[in-house]
Design a protein around this ligand. Structure first.
Ligand code: DC
Length: 229
């Protein structure tokens, strides 16, 4: 039996942008009553802080300092209860979803100093009764001993279509061709960077969500969790 006091169970969900891992992770965490770590938001918050201070994504030292010291907090919205990210006390949840911020996040995430600075912050999330962590290196680097590791993929074309639909639903303008090009560029950077590249852990279960809806993926992960936790 897993001792949840000293060693809370962890489920990691890694995969490329737009694979649906954020939504799946949130729903799995809700169903199990576990904490949720959206590590992409942490990278995006550092990226936003670097954009706000006009720090170049290439200045590895300065960006690592931001990653170490940026006043980033995750809180529940006082009225809706939704997860919110605060930067210096200001709610930046919506800002973090901007394409420009995602692009900057992918660039600063290539620096080892940034990744090291965020490692301890991420591990602190692991508290009883358990954790669902989503990102790129949750199963390979941050929580290598996780009880269940999922690697969630979908074709770049399907991911661009999903992103397009999301933006249109939010009343934002979007061009599917440029979204696809952005996704391919970001994939290339995430999969091929020398430090903690996006890849499935050897013991991960790979799930291709191209032909599945979110509920089907959530059910699959919960079934797997049932057997492992
Ligand atoms: O999941 P996301 O799109 O919100 O992540 C934004 C960027 O942050 C992504 O391009 C790569 C980086 N990232 C990372 O390198 N490692 C993580 N664990 C999470 C995100």
């Amino acid at each position: 039996m897993v001792d949840i006091t000293d060693n809370p169970p962890v489920i990691t969900i890694d995969g490329p942008s737009g694979s649906g891992k954020g939504t799946v992770a949130r729903q799995v965490a809700e169903q199990l009553g576990f904490r949720l770590l959206d590590s992409g938001s942490l990278y995006r918050a550092v990226a936003l802080a670097s954009l706000n201070t006009r720090t170049s994504s290439e200045d590895a030292f300065a960006v690592a300092q931001i990653a170490l010291t940026a006043p980033i907090d995750f809180v529940a919205h006082p009225e809706t209860g939704d997860a919110c990210v605060l930067l210096g006390g200001q709610d930046v949840t919506l800002d973090l979803r901007r394409e420009e911020v995602g692009e900057q996040a992918s660039k600063i995430a290539t620096h080892v100093g940034v990744r090291d600075a965020l490692l301890a912050r991420q591990r602190r999330w692991c508290q009883p009764p358990g954790l669902v962590a989503d990102g790129r290196d949750m199963g390979t680097v941050v929580f290598p001993d996780a009880e269940l590791k999922i690697f969630l993929t979908a074709s770049a074309e399907i991911r661009a279509k999903r992103r397009h639909k999301q933006l249109i639903e939010k009343g934002m303008s979007a061009n599917i061709g440029s979204l696809l090009a952005d996704i391919q560029k970001r994939d290339d950077r995430d999969y091929n960077r020398p430090v903690a590249p996006l890849k499935a852990a050897e013991d991960a279960v790979c799930v291709d969500s191209s032909q599945l809806d979110i509920n089907q993926v959530v059910t699959k992960v919960l079934d797997l969790a049932d057997n492992r936790l």
